[in-house]
Design a protein around this ligand. Structure first.
Ligand SMILES: Cc1ncc(C[n+]2csc(CCOP(=O)(O)OP(=O)(O)O)c2C)c(N)n1
Length: 629
């Protein structure tokens, strides 16, 4: 690590640095990011792009008094480094270490937590209005990427800002990339501004003005800064119509220009939007060559950027390959992603069926409504959306898809604990938010072969359907050559038994099998059941086992509250059974980031916990059996 970086303990230390030192510090931070993240993994590309921007922000504003928000906040690593967390930075995304996103509980400089896109402008406006109401003087600055403007909420905020406050600074960090290339009219609009010849001319003259200013001990900094900023003004009708004064686009890697501009923007009594141009992955050639890969990744070689070769297939890949085949057999199948072609695997689908592939931007609500519209016209849309991001679309799922009984298929990737991304990304609530919706069919495959079966089954339904499957690699089972249609609402009895019925949802069936083995060794006969369907639940199966067993055990990678185990308990109550249910799942609290296995042990999502809870219930039954015989 370089010496300058070591001398930065808080943003106050930046304020003493010259322009040249700031530039040096930027390079030290880049090297530090590249080295550290090569071991931990993380959002390298986005953070390399905002080094100068974050330095300039912290050198002009005073957090925590001033409020600095980042949209999504995956690009807040530099902010973390500058706000007293450099010493712990190598723990980022590691168990017990720094979170990969802004976290209010982590640091007083993190005024707003995030992980989902499109939230920064609304939250910043809330803070600005709260300041106005209480007579405060602090600045509120929201930094949002160009892809955040494909999100409806950002526009809901824009629609409101000028009416609610006179002082709010929005920074549009435009690098032309979402995770994939940014899409849609907004992306084209930003691109037109940036490539406009007139802007190029203004831009170079602005830099000349700053060059002239540079180094002089100026008395009228504000006025000169104003000149500089005016020189780079390029009116954007869009933002001006929303009542925000638009500045830019300016070079987001030019620290003096950024600093002078922010000093000037501080003085303006109107909401403003500064358009800065940055380069995702700047300073690391592999990240510039592989924008998608370096958006967020695991450990890599800090020299070459090479990552470990992909091992086993992932669930996302099996989903995508299966969809390619099913879409070959049925030309009504269409695939929709909300800015996640890479993560969901749909980028494998795109070349095979380009006309039936739709990336709608970071717009989950729109994705679902768009799917509903297509379904009314006889198409069979698949919305491939992570469990955590589908939370956004709850109302369209209820009001537009289910209420109209439209056969939209939701393929929920990353259902279950996401691990190192943490609570914003854990997919732990989808059963709870979907199973109460009438008409919904909800499935969870035990392995990749069954995922294909479930997808095939989904397309035979005339109602909405959701399939949840986890992050990461598949179980490694043999695959049938052709998927088959499963009987809806029927569980699979893997092993029969009469003392206890163990229901392991999805790949959690493995834990169920381990518990069954342990209980068998302890002298009990355990039924092992793959429920397949959370909804409709196999009530016949439950009734059959309720008449025989002393306890049910359910395993799920989901919160216990409102989850699969709750569904089983409710169903048993409905059929008049009093057989106890041991529910193994996540507790009623937000689960921190970390390694999945360790977090499972810590939170009691384990075979041991199940065994501890179920053994006393079985011992009682054993005594009864002994007495009876
Ligand atoms: C609601 C929601 N959907 C999807 C995502 C996944 N996601 C994380 S970052 C990102 C792209 C962000 O692009 P941009 O805001 O332009 O920032 P950049 O990474 O380019 O700096 C996406 C789609 C998310 N975080 N939230």
């Amino acid at each position: 690590m370089g010496t300058l970086l070591e001398s930065i303990h808080s943003p106050a230390d930046l304020k003493r640095l010259s322009n040249a030192q700031m530039a040096e510090l930027a390079e030290e931070i880049r090297a530090f990011l590249i080295q550290t993240l090569s071991k931990t993994g993380g959002h390298l590309g986005p953070n390399l792009g905002v080094v100068e921007l974050t330095l300039a922000l912290h050198s002009v504003f005073n957090t925590p008094k001033d409020k600095l928000l980042f949209d999504v906040s995956h690009q807040a690593y530099v902010h973390k480094i500058l706000t007293g967390r450099r010493d712990r930075f190598e723990t980022i995304r590691q168990p017990g270490g720094l979170n990969g996103f802004m976290l209010r509980t982590e640091c007083e400089h993190d005024c707003y937590g995030a992980g989902h896109a499109g939230t920064a402008l609304s939250a910043a406006l809330g803070m600005a209005v709260a300041r106005d109401l209480s007579g405060g003087s602090e600045h509120v600055i929201a930094v949002a990427g160009d892809a955040a403007f494909t999100n409806g909420i950002s526009f809901e905020a824009l629609n409101n800002i000028a009416e609610q406050t006179k002082r709010l600074i929005v920074v549009l960090n435009d690098n032309e990339w979402s995770i994939d290339r940014n899409v849609g009219a907004i992306a084209r609009y930003f691109h037109r501004i940036v490539t406009n010849e007139h802007y190029q001319h203004l831009h170079s003259s602005a830099e000349r003005i700053l060059e002239r200013l540079g180094g002089k001990r100026v008395l009228k900094v504000a006025r000169r800064a104003e000149e500089a900023a005016k020189g780079i003004l390029w009116p954007s009708m869009l933002f001006e119509e929303f009542g925000l004064q638009y500045f830019g686009p300016i070079d987001g890697h030019n620290i003096p220009l950024l600093v002078e501009t922010f000093k000037f923007l501080k003085t303006i009594d109107r909401p403003v939007l500064l358009h800065v141009l940055t380069q995702k992955g700047r300073g690391f050639q592999p990240a510039l060559d592989g924008q998608k890969k370096f958006h967020g990744l695991g450990p890599y070689d800090p020299e070459t950027g090479q990552t470990k070769p992909a091992g086993q297939l992932t669930y996302s890949e099996v989903f995508a390959n299966t969809l390619v085949e099913l879409a070959r057999q049925d030309d009504r199948i269409v695939a929709i992603t909300a800015a996640m072609p890479n993560g969901t695997g749909l980028d494998h689908f795109r070349p095979h069926h380009p006309r039936r592939y739709f990336d709608v931007g970071i717009a989950e609500e729109h994705a679902v409504l768009f799917a509903a519209g297509m379904a009314t016209q006889g198409y069979k849309p698949v919305c491939a959306i992570y469990s955590t991001f589908l939370q956004r679309a709850f109302d369209p799922i209820v009001h537009d898809v289910a209420l109209q009984k439209l056969p939209v298929v939701f393929c929920m990737d990353r259902a279950g604990l996401s691990g190192d991304d943490g609570p914003t990304h854990h997919g732990l609530f989808d059963i709870a938010y979907l199973r109460g919706i009438p008409e919904m069919v909800l499935m969870a495959p035990k392995d990749e072969d069954e995922l294909a079966d479930m997808m095939k089954t989904a397309f035979t339904l005339d109602s909405p359907c959701a399939i949840r499957y986890p992050r990461g690699t598949v179980e490694g089972v043999a695959r049938k050559s052709e998927p088959r249609v499963l009987p809806v609402g029927k569980a699979e009895v893997v092993v029969d038994g009469s003392d206890v019925a163990i229901l392991g949802l999805g790949p959690m069936l493995r834990m169920g099998a381990e518990l069954a083995e342990r209980l068998e060794r302890a002298g009990y006969t355990a039924a092992l059941i793959n429920p397949r369907f959370v909804k409709p639940l196999d009530r016949d199966m439950l009734e059959r086992y309720a008449a025989r067993v002393a306890a049910f055990v359910t395993f799920e990678d989901h919160v216990k509250m409102g989850g699969f185990g709750s569904a089983v308990a409710e169903a048993l109550q409905d059929i008049g059974s009093t057989v106890p249910v041991v529910r193994i799942g996540w507790p009623d609290r937000f689960v921190e980031h970390g390694k999945v296995d360790a977090l499972r042990m810590r939170h009691g999502v384990s075979v041991e916990e199940a065994e501890n809870q179920v053994l006393p219930l079985l011992a009682h039954r054993k005594r009864r059996t002994l007495v009876a015989s």
